[in-house]
Design a protein around this ligand. Sequence first.
Ligand SMILES: C[S@@+](CC[C@H](N)C(=O)[O-])C[C@H]1O[C@@H](n2cnc3c(N)ncnc32)[C@H](O)[C@@H]1O
Length: 224
Amino acid sequence: MTQSKKETKASWRHYNFTTAGPVDDYLYSMLPKRDDVLAEMEDYATKHNVPIVGPAVARVLQQLAMMIQARTVFELGSAIGYSTIWWAQAVGENGRVIYTDGDAKNAERARGYFARAGVAKRIQLHTGDALEFLSEQKEEFDIIFNDVDKEDYPRVLRLVGPRLRKGGLFVTDNVLWSGRVAEKHPADATTKAILEFNRKLYDAKEFYTTILPIRDGLAVAVKK
Ligand SMILES: C[S@@+](CC[C@H](N)C(=O)[O-])C[C@H]1O[C@@H](n2cnc3c(N)ncnc32)[C@H](O)[C@@H]1O
């Protein structure tokens, strides 16, 4: 006798449950008020369509850094420096965050925000290709955060291993790509790149990975 599709579904799965809509509103309503600089950056990003992680994901980033007492963070794709400030606050006075972005105007704006947020001393700015700069690094970071163009994600994965300490975190944003990863036959190159990246990250022996389905999906991988 064949079981009906409904019967084969696991009771512990929350089918059709999504953080979109009212549940998402609830999660955002729980967040503490941000300081003036971060709030201004959120407004700027909204008005000018800058794709920042936003406060719900930024809080996870900061929490992850706190959990492993991170002191060094390499960020690929920093834009106006919103996520950079959250990392900088987490690493403390003696910590260091590397900001990278290909757009010099972004870096200029970010520099102003860093000064006003009181974290400029903790941040090293690099304008240019983030992957190239990462490939030149000789040290092992506590955290590498990946938020560059999505087609480059598989290439980023190849660079990360040797530049992350044991127990360090490789964190990547947008891995659910607005749900397009669940399409049956995704045709666009970006979705294909993210699918390749997610598969390889889960399969990688040197990492233990989970995708947190918050906002657009955040992959958190611990280096074993
Ligand atoms: C999604 S935004 C970063 C947002 C930032 N992480 C935040 O949450 O505040 C992506 C940024 O990466 C930059 N970018 C994309 N590919 C890059 C690359 N290969 N090298 C340097 N910057 C890159 C873009 O200029 C853009 O500003």
